[in-house]
Write a protein that binds this ligand. Structure first.
Ligand code: NAP
Length: 234
């Protein structure tokens, strides 16, 4: 698959590394071509210019939330360069150290992304786990909760989750993005306070509980959380 990455920082480099390792053709671009070259060298991806990088089968938006409007504009998203494409949004508009969301009440940053990229099929994913999760070649399996309105984009995002060792679980439509972003704020605030976030989550038995994270539908349980049927690596 041809994957374009907007952003040249920590998460962009980590996912570029994982997807390159999985055999994808990954291109990376940011507001600095020099930093794109550094990220490309570290990850095995190719450095490209911003308008070129969205010529891809899927695009990851991996910038600080304050840079979202600038980078999407520079990539031509406002002029529909991303229309019809999966646009994966892992961003967290979170006040670091406090965990409070910077978006207005009821709004998710994913909704802003959708507004700035008309026609793009936005999926919220990869916003909960630290970038280092995706750097190892054999990570412990983790469930990547995600959401979006387009089934095809969810399937592609799910396949890219699997390619870096995660298990996708679809929460629902993009209206669930705020919940995923609040969950990240919760995790970040505890981590900054020196508390292991996992210790604050009850070990509630799930139906058909298994040692390995599984999407709910695979476990045969009745749940609003669904499996996404995804092809293996392309
Ligand atoms: N790192 C993680 O573990 C992690 C995990 C989950 C989600 N996330 C989310 O992923 C996103 C990227 O995080 P990161 O850790 O990779 O951040 P980072 O290493 O600080 O990189 C930030 C990126 O945003 C770009 N940027 C900042 N302001 C910009 C602007 N005005 N216009 C264009 N680009 C701009 C930076 O470009 P320059 O280099 O040119 O400044 C850089 O490419 C964030 O939204 C974060 O919340 C991160």
């Amino acid at each position: 698959m041809r994957i374009g990455i907007l952003g040249t920082g920590t998460l962009a480099t980590a996912l570029a590394t994982g997807w390159t390792r999985a055999g994808h053709d990954v291109s990376i671009a940011g507001r600095s071509f020099e930093r794109a070259e550094v990220a490309a060298k570290a990850s095995g991806a190719r450095a490209r210019w911003l308008p070129e990088v969205v010529d891809a089968d899927a695009v990851l938006l991996s910038v600080h939330w304050e840079g979202i409007a600038d980078i999407l504009t520079a990539a031509g998203a406002v002029a529909r360069s991303l229309a019809g494409k999966p646009l994966i949004d892992p961003t967290n508009a979170v006040e670091h150290g406090i965990g409070v969301l910077r978006t207005e009440r009821g709004r998710a940053i994913a909704h802003l992304v959708a507004d700035l990229a008309p026609g793009a099929h936005v999926t919220k994913a990869f916003n909960l786990f630290p970038a280092t999760t995706w750097m190892t070649s054999a990570p412990s399996p983790v469930t990547v909760a995600m959401c979006g309105n387009d089934q095809g984009a969810l399937e592609i995002t799910g396949s890219l989750v699997r390619d870096v060792g995660g298990v996708p679980a679809v929460l629902g439509g993009l209206d669930r993005a705020r919940q995923l972003e609040e969950a990240a704020g919760f995790v970040i605030s505890l981590a900054f306070a020196g508390v292991d976030p996992q210790s604050a989550i009850p070990a509630v038995p799930s139906s058909g509980a298994d040692e390995t994270p599984q999407p709910a539908a695979r476990r045969g349980g009745r749940s609003a959380v669904g499996a996404v049927e995804v092809p293996q690596s392309t």
